[in-house]
Design a protein around this ligand. Structure first.
Ligand code: ATP
Ligand code: MG
Length: 178
């Protein structure tokens, strides 16, 4: 059980480490007996190691729900209505789970990203998260966190890129990036 008021946490910024930071927290939380849910708003193109690792811990302890589609075309009129629908569906699902009493920690992976591309309304998300049940911690990840979320959050960390292997043409590494 978490004690008292759960925290609203935001991991944002252009540097690497937002999702891995949320996963690290999940790992820690599971060790403390928390039940953790991660809802993924954007489905990655690789098979991510964390999907299997979460299964190893057991779905009753850590569940990851990939909800979006693999590839998302965004920006004004180019945004596919189907992606917006899936996004809204993922958000409604996440909100229900936050209120379900089943989890002490809920991670909304890449929600900042989908908000920044107007696939979800940032003001509405922030207001709903402010009304979450007492004991539930929520982590929002993704670039360009909405100002309202930043304002409401208890903890905001911005990942700043100092170096990234990608800029030297080094591809994503198994076990590190996926
Ligand atoms: P990670 O999942 O590794 O913690 P992240 O959540 O901080 O990364 P995202 O914006 O979600 O970063 O990026 C998705 C993918 O792009 C990840 O596989 C990540 O390794 C890779 N990535 C992250 N930052 C950079 C960057 N600055 N340049 C190139 N690729 C990046
Ligand atoms: Mg990420």
């Amino acid at each position: 059980m978490s004690q008292g008021r759960g925290l609203l946490i935001v991991y944002t910024g252009p540097g690497k480490g937002k999702t891995t930071c949320a996963l690290g927290t999940a790992f820690r939380a599971v060790g403390q007996g928390f039940r953790v849910l991660m809802v993924q708003f954007i489905k990655g193109s690789w098979h991510y190691g964390e999907l299997d690792a979460a299964e190893m811990l057991g779905r009753d302890k850590f569940e990851i729900r990939p909800m979006g589609r693999g590839f998302v075309k965004v920006g004004g009129a180019a945004t596919d209505p189907e992606d917006i629908r899936l996004c809204e569906q993922a958000w409604q699902f996440a909100l229900e789970q936050i209120h379900s009493g089943k989890y002490e920690l809920v991670i909304l992976d890449e929600i900042n990203y989908v908000i920044s591309y107007k696939m979800l309304d940032g003001e509405k998300v922030a207001e709903a998260l402010a009304r979450r049940p007492e004991g539930v911690h929520v982590i929002c990840t993704g670039r360009n966190a909405h100002p309202k979320l930043v304002e409401l959050a208890d903890l905001v960390t911005e990942m700043r890129e100092i170096k990234h292997p990608y800029t030297r043409g080094i591809q994503a590494q198994r076990g590190i990036d996926y």
